[in-house]
Ligand binder design. Structure first.
Ligand SMILES: [Zn+2]
Length: 166
């Protein structure tokens, strides 16, 4: 069975009990979270977020990439969020490779040359959080009065640890 067919089955059960169809579009708690796509992270659960509460922007590493900035700008300018939280996590896959490694693998697997492309891996977890908070703070598209916090989630303990607040 394709995964999508399993999803359709599960969704049938979900929709049968669904009662949150009248929520407004703007997040109720006016916050946007940038975090990693890692399957072990369930941000809504570990942050105590209900459906409708927050924007959770996910990508490989939880990096504040150009596209993350795009989402943050839309979140703040059009949908009323007033705070940003960046969360990276222990044992992240982005700690396990360098651009050259992935570039070589893509060349071998797909025959495509991605030389020069930054896949945004990082060697130091705390530093990557600080770097991404700094990217948010220094963006002309994010006002200076928006509080930005950087944190690390521990996949072993479920705990969130603050790294930087600005
Ligand atoms: Zn990760």
């Amino acid at each position: 069975m394709a995964k999508f067919d399993e999803f359709v089955e599960a969704n049938g059960r979900y929709a049968a009990g669904f009662g949150e169809g009248d929520l407004p579009m703007p997040p109720a708690r006016q916050v946007a979270v940038v975090t990693c796509m890692d399957a072990r992270l369930h941000p809504e659960k570990f942050l105590g977020l209900a459906v409708g509460d927050a924007h959770v922007i996910r990508n490989a590493g939880g990096r504040v990439s150009e596209d993350a900035i795009r989402s943050l700008v839309i979140s703040e300018r059009l949908l009323g969020t007033t705070e940003i939280v960046v969360i990276h996590h222990t044992d992240c896959g982005m700690l396990t490779f360098q651009n050259e490694d992935l570039t070589a693998k893509i060349k071998e697997d797909l025959g495509v040359d991605t030389t020069g492309q930054d896949f945004l891996p990082f060697p130091d977890l705390e530093q990557s959080v600080r770097d991404d908070v700094e990217i948010v703070k220094s963006s002309d598209l994010i006002p200076d009065d928006i509080p930005v916090t950087g944190a690390i989630y521990d996949v072993k303990t479920g705990e969130l640890r603050e790294i930087v607040r600005s």
